[in-house]
Design a protein around this ligand. Structure first.
Ligand SMILES: Nc1ncnc2c1ncn2[C@@H]1O[C@H](COP(=O)(O)OP(=O)(O)O)[C@@H](O)[C@H]1O
Ligand SMILES: [Mg+2]
Length: 327
């Protein structure tokens, strides 16, 4: 098939994101003719490329438009308007999962546990649950731990007000305050549509995390820190296949992941991030419909553990998408 691999331009900025080459090779191994297509800052060139050289299907990993995560769903919406087939979730799914507050509202309706929360926008309270400190504060429409640092965790009113005001200033948007779930963190990859399967669970191992800090996958943990403690959170975290999780808990986590995927009307694939407290209650932290498909990242690693190698996985996503359209 004629395929366009659609991604943002920052994936091509040094250091070039390895996922582009990996996907390109995997799709070619599936017999597809692959063209790279970049979502830039304006829509016209994109529309021209897509209409002048119409692909049979778009492999869509564009997570933003013009650098804005909040516009992610509009890229998929554009593909819909151009009547193109594409992999991954629809605009509706991307909007629901792309907004952590909306996600929580939908999951709660389906009796899927998420941390209790409050939201504030321009000083006004939008919703205030019966929440207790400590809380974690975040911009609800960002990703990649943008805006998440040790200061995101607040223990009293003074810290709460300070962090709300700095987040509002930085992101010019609402702030989501959630109860901090103290416990282990897990990632569950899911794949499928009519028959959705969860991969083996992965855990964010915080064993090497700096002493005395609340254990979170902060910006610094994911990408490395430029500050004094260079790399301490980054060096102290890694994803592993845990060996000390009961079969019962693992199965429950997989069920929660599949339920969340379906509740948010996602398609083809996603990665669900969970936290589990001491009572083994499972909380959904967020759902990533457009999760990172790099070969060594959680989603593809977990697929590998399930016996699905990288090329098979990527081409399975294409088959799943095609099957939706040919129904
Ligand atoms: N309610 C919470 N309780 C405990 N830790 C949390 C909570 N929410 C987020 N975190 C921590 O912050 C990290 C990033 O938060 P997340 O909501 O997944 O944002 P992003 O979309 O940027 O990945 C999580 O991986 C987790 O370590
Ligand atoms: Mg996350």
């Amino acid at each position: 098939m004629k395929m366009a691999l659609l991604h943002t331009k920052d994936a091509l900025e040094p250091p070039v994101d390895p996922v582009i080459g990996q996907l390109d090779a995997a799709l070619k191994s599936g017999g597809h003719e692959v063209t790279n297509l970049v979502v830039g800052d304006s829509v016209q060139p994109l529309v021209s490329s897509l209409t002048e050289n119409r692909p049979d299907i778009v492999f869509n990993i564009a997570e933003s438009f013009a650098g804005k995560s909040a516009l992610e769903s509009n890229v998929a919406a554009l593909l819909n308007l151009l009547d193109l087939r594409y992999t991954g979730s629809s605009p509706a799914g991307l909007i629901l999962a792309g907004d952590k507050t909306l996600t929580k509202k939908v999951l709660t309706f389906h009796s899927i546990l998420t941390a209790k929360f409050a939201t504030v926008f321009r000083g006004a309270v939008d919703w205030a649950g019966e929440i207790e400190f400590p809380l974690i504060l975040k911009p609800p429409q960002e990703d990649g731990s943008l805006g998440i640092t040790q200061k995101s965790i607040v223990h009293d009113v003074r810290e709460l007000l300070e962090t709300i005001s700095s987040l509002q200033e930085e992101f010019q948007g609402p702030v989501l305050a959630e109860e901090f779930i103290d416990g282990r963190e897990f990632y569950v990859g899911v794949l499928g549509n009519s028959d959705v399967k969860a991969f083996p669970i992965m855990e964010m191992d915080f064993t090497g995390y700096p002493e005395g800090r609340p254990k979170i996958a902060s910006w610094a943990a994911k990408w490395g820190d430029e500050g004094d403690e260079k790399g301490a959170e980054f060096e102290g975290t890694r994803s592993i296949f845990p060996t000390n999780v009961s079969e019962e808990l693992a199965t429950r986590m997989q069920k929660v992941a599949v339920d969340a995927f379906q509740a948010l009307r996602l398609r083809d694939y996603a990665r669900v991030d969970l936290r589990v407290n001491a009572k083994e209650e499972i909380y959904v932290i967020e759902v990533n419909p457009n999760c990172y498909l790099e070969q060594t990242a959680e989603f593809a690693s977990a697929a590998g553990k399930a016996g699905i190698d990288y090329n098979t996985l990527i081409n399975r996503i294409v088959e799943l998408a095609n099957a939706r359209y040919s129904r």
